[in-house]
Ligand binder design. Structure first.
Ligand code: AR6
Length: 171
């Protein structure tokens, strides 16, 4: 598996699956979630509404993941996951690790070979980038993650990118 860390806008990534740092409602929000909904277009919100009505009446719990199409984005799928909201007292890093694990499991079920992750939880939800990168590293080390060849961490700012490089790029 090839792991890369880059700085940029994750909505531009031409990968099989882009992971979204969503909230339990799945109905959009700010940060990377807002950017993904804008880039994908209205079909994404439609699909999320249908998911809520049919499969997830109470929303998606923190630490879990679910896939939809990617609308007008270059990716094929969006994998929505919900980080623990540290600012609301959800301080268990295991839930953060579960976001990465369930996202990779969902990618494998879709036969996605390339997956792009943002820094789940490191914005509105208040996690230190270092804790997020460590959770990601731990879950990647649980693999082989058969079939997933290309995992990219696409970070929005230089500081977050540097933290992820230190934790995830082999020395
Ligand atoms: N590409 C890559 N990374 C981005 C982008 C982008 N286009 N935009 C922001 N980031 P956040 P969370 C970075 O707040 O902490 C939403 O309202 C951002 O700089 O998006 O999990 C949801 O609906 C930060 O490093 O996600 C939830 O309510 C990282 O993505 C809540 O925020 C994550 O920040 C989830 O909060």
């Amino acid at each position: 598996m090839h792991i890369t860390v880059t700085e940029g806008d994750i909505t531009d990534e031409a990968v099989d699956a882009v992971v979204n740092a969503a909230n339990s409602s799945l109905l959009g929000g700010g940060g990377v979630d807002g950017a993904i909904h804008r880039a994908a277009g209205p079909s994404l919100l439609e699909e999320c509404r249908t998911l809520r009505q049919q499969d997830l009446p109470d929303g998606l719990p923190a630490g879990d993941a679910v896939a939809t199409g990617a609308g007008q984005m270059p990716a094929r799928w969006i994998i929505h996951t919900v980080g623990p909201n540290r600012r609301a007292g959800e301080t268990d890093p295991e839930v953060l690790a579960s976001c990465f694990r369930r996202s990779l499991e969902t990618a494998a079920e879709l036969s996605a070979e390339s997956v792009a992750f943002p820094a789940i939880g490191a914005g509105v939800y208040g996690w230190e980038a270092r804790d997020v990168a460590r959770a990601a590293r731990r879950v990647l080390d649980e693999g082989p993650w058969t079939g997933i060849d290309d995992v990219r961490f696409v970070l929005f700012d230089a500081d977050t990118r540097k933290v992820f490089e230190r934790t995830l790029t082999p020395r």
